[in-house]
Structures are given as C-alpha cells and as structure tokens.
Design a protein around this ligand. Structure first.
Ligand code: GLV
Ligand code: MN
Ligand code: MN
Length: 438
C-alpha cells in the first residue's frame, strides 16, 4: 500500500485513543461489574463525562454540559464566538456492548484537537466535540433525545409528550431520570444550536460491518445511513395454570409472540439482502414469567431497516399485517406502538469529497465509499448541518458485542485523516469567506 502521508503522532494518538476507550470499558465507567453497560445518566455515564471532561481540558478545550446532558468541549478559533465545526458520537452503550461503538468517535476527535492544541494550530472557526447521551436507546425505548435537542428537532419529533410514560428497566420515567440531575424534558429543548453556529457535523465510528476488513482497508467514507423504524408490540393473551389449562383452550401470549418473531424473520429474509433490508426482535419479555403459568402478556420490539423508505415500509406493512393475522388466529390481542421513525440520511456530497480526499492522502488509495446500516447521531445532526462520517475497520465486523475490536494503527490513520479533513475544510472555508467578503 502506498502512503503519501506518514505521521508518527497519528500512531501514538491511535494507541492512546484505544487505551482510553479500554479504560472507559469497565467499572466505574460501566454500571455492571462483569460487562460494559453504560446507559444514559447512569453512574457509569456520569463518571465517563467527568473523565472525558478532564481529557478535553488537557487538550485545550473549554467544557460544558448543555441542558440535554450533552458533553461539549470547545477549542476556540482565531476569533471569539466563531461558528464551529462539530465532531461527535455517543457516550452510552448497549447492554454487554463493545468499548468502541460511539466512544471511539469522541475519543478519536479528542486526539485530533489535542494535536492542534500541541502545535498551537487554530482555524477561523472553533472545533467542538459533542458526547451525546442516548444514541442506543438501551435505557429508554426511544433513541437520540439529546441529539434531537441540539439539532432543535425535539419538539418537532415530539417525543417530549411521551417522557412521562417511557420507562427504563427499573420503572423510572425519562422525566424522573432527568429530575435526578436537575433537568426537565421541556428544558432539554434549550440545548438547541442556532443553525448559523454550526458549520458541519462529522462523526467517526467503527464500521460495525465486515466490508473494510474484507477489502483490507483501514478507513471508509460513508455515503448515507439506512432508514429505521422501531415498534413495541404488546401481546395480550390469558394467564392460566400450567397444569390444568387444556392445550386447546389456551390463549398463550408467548407462543403467539414466538410465531410473530418467526414471521418477522421470514419477511426480513425475503428481502434477500436487497436494499439492506433487515428486521430484528431484540427484546422480549413475558408476564408473569414463571414456570407454572401460561404466559398472559408478552412485550417485544421490532427494529426494521433498509436503504430506502419504500423497502423498509413495504416490509413493515407486511410484518404488521402478519402479526394481526397471527393474533386473530390465536385469539390474542395486540397493541402496536410506534417508537422510532428515521428516514435515510444521505451524507453531504461536498463534505464527502473532502473526507475522500483526506482518506486518500493518508492511505494512498482512493477511499472506499459505503452505506451505514447502523444508526448514528449523524442521522439527527444532518437536520441541523451538513454531515459526513468516517468509518474505521473493526475486527470481523463484530459490534454490539463485547468482542468488538479495533487496531490502534487504524485509529491512528483515522486521527490523521480527520486532521487532514479539518485542514481541507479550513482551506475551503477561507475561500468561501473570501468570496463572501469580496
Ligand atoms: C445503534 O447502534 C443502532 O444502529 O441501533
Ligand atoms: Mn454507535
Ligand atoms: Mn450502537
């Protein structure tokens, strides 16, 4: 492989970034001793905010937390109050997750800024790094409330109305969780950033898929993010005595749900990977959940994604129709509660070109461009500002799994490419500003 830019400081930055993610992958930065689980506003999350704040200060940034709990570090530009180029990703993790999903995007950006700080390099714009709160939705059954707050679309999407109802695994509502840190749902909207204060949003993230590794590449440039929909399904049958209730007379909510789960898999597979269609049931709870009771109630989730709204919605409609048929045939009731509806998010073509140039300058090869099947804060941030994403190879494409792994050398290349991107962005910005003032 021909490299046109080699950078020893990039390699050291890669080592340090991975080491920092590893530190944050265990207690007290996780709420569980034996595995990584960092839900929004849990003790591990709060400890993580503290640790990253210190690292941000060391990198010459001022640090604050906004009204939606987002952690924001700011590296000033050559002029005070300049608009900012935003980097970011999420601080939360799924239960039993990996150490790099989300966190690496924040920590790699921190290395980029630390490099500028060390060299005394400043730009006509500020650089900010945002650590978002709840991208995963692994605490409450809704995602990216803190991202929506910054992007100014919290009220528009109106999840606020549901804050008193949405509960975590301990029965705490969003409203109650926010109250514990002195915040309110309506108050989160105050985190809204004026559009003219943000020039662009850039997110680096592990690929969470196998393409880059299969092609022997460290980095990739994202062209867009797949569309998503999520639902909560509640199946109501009738609880009964497991020893006396005749099989033919049962309204077993779990066997009905089991048939529904298989229908969802069948419809997801019928897409034959066309247009990236995937459908998943990731959570299923039975009530009362004991050995000698026919299950009376079951709750499960559906997560459906595809490259286009048409493919995703065709599958969703087919799934919901199948669920209703199964419920009718088995004599159970179902409630279908929509939880998430995210359109596909194309990356900004001009920023993509800058990122492709940066990647090519660092790796010596034309950049691989790929679609993201995983969701990212960038989906929401693209509603505030032009957005771009850089993917970093991860081992076997494994993610949402403690086996998630990255090579420090790849992260070093990512830091060097992001550094290059900022300089290209700055050249571009100066030209545009020159044109405006001419
Ligand atoms: C986040 O990781 C998602 O894609 O759901
Ligand atoms: Mn992520
Ligand atoms: Mn994730």
């Amino acid at each position: 492989m021909v490299r046109t830019m080699t950078d020893d400081s990039g390699a050291a930055a890669g080592e340090r970034a991975v080491a920092r993610c590893d530190v944050l992958g265990v207690s007290p930065f996780s709420d569980e001793i034996d595995l990584l689980y960092r839900p929004w506003l849990g003790p591990g999350f709060i400890a993580t905010v503290e640790a990253i704040s210190n690292w941000m200060r060391q990198a010459g940034m001022t640090v604050r937390q906004d009204a939606a709990t987002n952690l924001i570090g700011r590296y000033e530009g050559t002029m005070p109050d300049a608009p900012a180029l935003l980097f970011g990703s999420h601080l939360d993790s799924v239960r039993d997750g990996g150490r790099y999903d989300g966190m690496l995007g924040v920590i790699a950006a921190l290395e980029v800024v630390a490099g500028f700080h060390e060299r005394g390099e400043r730009f006509p714009f500020a650089i900010e790094i945002v650590g978002f709160g709840d991208e995963e939705g692994s605490r409450f059954p809704i995602t990216m409330l803190t991202t929506r707050s910054i992007a100014g679309v919290l009220e528009e999407d109106d999840p606020v109305a549901a804050f008193a109802e949405l509960r975590d695994g301990n029965g705490l509502t969003v409203e109650q969780a926010l109250a514990r840190v002195g915040l309110t749902p309506r108050g989160m909207a105050a985190a809204r950033r004026p559009k003219d204060s943000v020039l662009a949003y850039v997110e680096a993230h592990i690929e969470q898929g196998p393409v880059l590794e299969a092609e022997g590449r460290a980095l990739g440039v994202v062209s867009g993010i797949a569309a998503q929909r999520r639902f909560e399904i509640r199946v109501h049958g009738m609880a009964g005595h497991a020893g006396t209730m005749a099989m033919s007379l049962r309204q077993d909510a779990l066997t009905a749900a089991a048939e529904m789960v298989l229908a969802i898999e069948r419809i997801g597979m019928a897409g034959g990977d066309r247009d990236g269609l995937v459908a998943t049931v990731g959570l299923l709870r039975t009530w009362p959940g004991v050995a000698n009771v026919v299950p009376g109630d079951v709750t499960f989730t559906i997560d459906a994604r595809a490259g286009t709204i048409a493919t995703r919605d065709r599958a969703v409609n087919e799934i919901l129709a199948a669920l209703k048929d199964i419920a009718e045939r088995r004599g159970v009731e179902i409630e279908i509660i929509p939880r998430e509806n995210l359109d596909p998010s194309p990356c900004d073509p001009h920023l993509m070109t800058l990122m492709e140039t940066a990647v090519q300058d660092v790796t010596g090869e034309p950049a691989r461009v790929l679609v993201s099947g995983a969701g990212h804060d960038a989906m929401i941030m693209s509603r505030l500002a032009p957005m771009a994403m850089l993917f970093i190879r991860c081992e076997k494409g494994i993610s949402h799994n403690p086996a998630e792994a990255v090579l420090p050398a790849d992260v070093g290349e990512a830091v060097t490419a992001l550094t290059r991107f900022v300089r290209l962005f700055a050249d571009d910005y100066s030209k545009t500003q020159g044109r405006h003032s001419a």
